[in-house]
Design a protein around this ligand. Structure first.
Ligand SMILES: [Zn+2]
Length: 151
């Protein structure tokens, strides 16, 4: 079974796994824009983090999914012992940020597309969604009540 790494990688989960000190250091590393690249593929994340000190080689980080949970490695002295180092945290945070941006972009496209649809077609589309999904139906009813109460 191939689980996407995004499904188990959350900000809170990372903080719990690594402890607050490493998390804070990783967050500082991410905020300082030291993450040079991060890419997700088939249940793993790979990334490169610029070292703090000049003259050192960039850190190569990998996080992947195992049956027991997450596994990680980094070329820094802590990471080579397969401990969750601050670079691993920084890569994970960079990935989450990329995902957030991608979702926002998708919502932006959806918003434009919805604005371009004539109201009757939009209504038929929403009624179709409500018919297929009772929960969606309730959500739409609540949304209508909410909007109507403000008019
Ligand atoms: Zn490291």
């Amino acid at each position: 079974m191939q689980r996407g790494i995004a499904n188990i990688l959350h900000r809170d989960t990372i903080a719990v796994i690594v402890g607050s000190k490493t998390f804070e250091r990783g967050e500082a590393c991410f905020t300082a824009k030291r993450v040079q690249s991060v890419e997700a593929a088939r249940g793993e994340l790979r990334g490169v983090v610029r070292p703090n000190e000049g003259g050192r080689a960039p850190y190569i980080v990998r996080i992947w999914v195992r049956e027991e949970g997450l596994a990680y490695e980094c070329t820094c002295p802590i990471g080579v012992t397969r401990q969750f180092c601050k670079h691993t945290v920084a890569i994970a945070l960079a990935h989450l940020e990329n995902q957030r941006i991608e979702i926002e972009r998708g919502i932006g496209v959806l918003r434009e597309a919805l604005a371009a649809i004539a109201p009757p077609a939009l209504i038929e589309g929403l009624v179709g969604l409500a018919r297929r999904d009772p929960e969606m139906s309730d959500t739409l009813k609540r949304m209508c009540l909410d909007v109507l109460s403000k008019q």
